[in-house]
Structures are given as C-alpha cells and as structure tokens.
Ligand binder design. Sequence first.
Ligand SMILES: [Zn+2]
Length: 275
Amino acid sequence: MIRQILAIALLTTSVQVAKAQSMVGSTCAPSASGLTKCEFDEVVAKIDRIYRPQFATLGGHLWLRANWKSNDLNAHANEYGPYWMVSFTGGLARQPRMTRDAFAMVACHEVGHHLGGAPQMMLLPLSNEGEADYFTTLKCSREFFADEDNAGALRGTLVDRYAADECKKSFATSPERLICLRSVMAAKRLVEVLQVINKDATKISFRTPETKPASIFSGFSHPKAQCRLDTFLNGARCGVPVKTALSATSYEAGSCDRKDEPPNEGSRPRCWFRP
Ligand SMILES: [Zn+2]
C-alpha cells in the first residue's frame, strides 16, 4: 500500500489536477473474477465510439463482433474489403484475472491491427502482432482512458514503482503520467492473463527487458511475454501526440523510431522489430 501511495504521489503534482479530471469511467459494478457482461459491453461500446469515426475517415467500416456467450478464448482482427472486423469473446473476458482495463488493452490490440501501420503482416493489410501491441499504448489506451479518473483507477492497483518512474520521466504533466502508468499496468495484467492461458511460467518484469534481438525480420506471430511487456512500456513512454497517426508506408510516422538513429525508450523494442 505504501508503494502504491508513493507512486501516486510521484505522479500527481497537484491534487487539484487529478480532481479536475473527468470522473467518467466504468458505471458497472466491479467483479471479483473476470469481467461482467456490463463491463464487456461497456468496453466494446467505448471502442466503437472512439474508433468508428477514425475507421470511416480511412475508408473502413468498423465491424465489431462481440460474443459474450462464447466460451472461446479468442480475439482477432481481419479485413473484408471495406469491412474492418474486430472480434472478441466472453470466454477471454471471463478469465479469472482479467480486468476491465486489461480487456480494454485486448480491444486496443485488435484495433491496432487496422490502425497500427508499419510493419504489417506479410500476406494481409494488417499491422503485425508487435505493432498492434505498440499501437495499444502509443495511441489507443491514451484515447480510451482520456476521459476517466485515472488517479482513482490506479488507487485500486498495486503499482509498479519502476514503471511509475519511467512514466514520470517521459511526461511533464500529471494526466499524461497517470495514463501512461494505468496503461502499462493494464497491459501487464493482460500479458499475465495470456501467460496463464498459454501455460507460460516465464517471469516478466518492466525492469528486465528482452535483450535478444529479432532474428531476421519483424515477426508474424506474437512476441514472447517479456518482449510484449517491453513493447507496451515503450509505446506508453513515447511522447509523440496521440493524434499523430501511424502509417502503413513509414514506421517513422507517428512513432518514436527514427531512421539512422539508435532506438530510444519510446521505440519499438528490437526483440521483435527490425527496421
Ligand atoms: Zn493480434
């Protein structure tokens, strides 16, 4: 609890700033295990509200398929001409340690396949798995949490001190720092839930980034758990404004990567990305 209070104090330069934030957030009763249908519907509706107009601007029609009744552990994205599909199941949302924030990161990842830009999959016009993760905290979580009481949400979370310090270093204002920290804590929970599903007992930590570089090219499949955590942290630390879009033809646009410059703390981790 002390660690949590310390981190909040580090991030909140003025109580007034936090209180001035909108109190809009979940209106659902919290659940002790996994999401309730109310929370599931709420996340899906918010993703729809944020991204339907953005998809339309790019010529796509957001096709949201949310199947609460399905017990499948599934979420995916695909494109069928102008219909850009994003799909989720209740089975994934009902995983015992899944939270509303972590499930929002699932939704953001799937949206990221459509809006994450380069690098893309080899045979599909979709951002690859690493890029969808990068988009999640670089763009989507910032929009998703923008109108919420982020200080209040973090009060119920065991906050990681290292991540809190990194967010503090990366951003000058309290609202930005709070969204950065809320995003990476939500993403860490998601990675942990997926590790349980995948029976992956590997220890992950913000303090121990993957150092082994990607083999030949930016991969097609999901990076390993630690590499995914690194991607979520780096996306959250990148200071490029949320409204600066990523691009399918340039990995520099909207991101913290620059050609001919070494990677920085906001770059795509080299455990999956080969510029
Ligand atoms: Zn994916």
